[in-house]
Design a protein around this ligand. Structure first.
Ligand SMILES: [Zn+2]
Length: 190
């Protein structure tokens, strides 16, 4: 079903939404970054790619999947209080870092600093995702990075609710599903 393959944007965070492009467990696994074009489409949907590409850069899917794997390992390890090698994240940051320019703004008659995408290579396209992960790992409380509590769901999200009691990727899917299951279990237990 097409709707099932739609990448979920439920995390409230770019890096986590990127990790969530692989979801489902067992026989029900989905891969949203299936080829170079899928990655371009995802970045466009996520609002971090505005350019129209004639063709995706070579090796985009491969790097995107490697980045995602590294990112998930980093989140998992940081939550467990240990570190793993952020090699792919650092490669993307290093080769895809933005280029800053000083420009004259005639309208306001001032010089201003502007940052541009370095080029349209894979690292440059994925740089905003890696940057978002750095922000998450260095500036946010990782206790609020949670995995959906449904037993068959691995989606991650950043709990930004006031009460910090968000439990589900989405109430419409897992929340209601798990509540119905708990209700059935209670009923049959009597
Ligand atoms: Zn879920």
């Amino acid at each position: 079903m097409a709707s099932e393959m739609t990448p979920p944007f439920i995390a409230g965070n770019l890096a986590l939404d990127f990790i969530n492009t692989q979801f489902g467990v067992g026989d029900d696994q989905h891969e949203c970054l299936c080829d170079d074009r899928c990655v371009v489409e995802w970045l466009t949907q996520a609002g971090v790619l505005h350019e129209t590409l004639d063709a995706p850069p070579a090796g985009l899917r491969e790097l995107a999947q490697a980045l995602r794997k590294n990112m998930r390992a980093l989140i998992d390890s940081a939550r467990e209080g240990r570190g793993v090698d952020p090699d792919i994240v650092n490669r993307v940051l290093e080769r895809g870092n933005l280029v800053e320019r000083l420009e004259w703004n005639p309208k306001d008659a001032v010089f201003q600093r502007r940052a541009y995408r370095r080029d349209l290579a894979s690292e440059s396209l994925l740089q905003p995702v890696a940057e978002s992960l750095v922000d998450l790992l260095t500036e946010e409380d990782l206790a609020l990075v949670k995995q959906c509590e449904a037993s068959d769901c691995i989606l991650l999200f950043h709990d930004q609710t006031k009460s910090h009691r968000r439990r589900w990727c989405s109430m419409a899917s897992c929340g209601n599903r798990m509540k119905a299951a708990a209700h059935r279990a209670r009923k049959s237990g009597r």
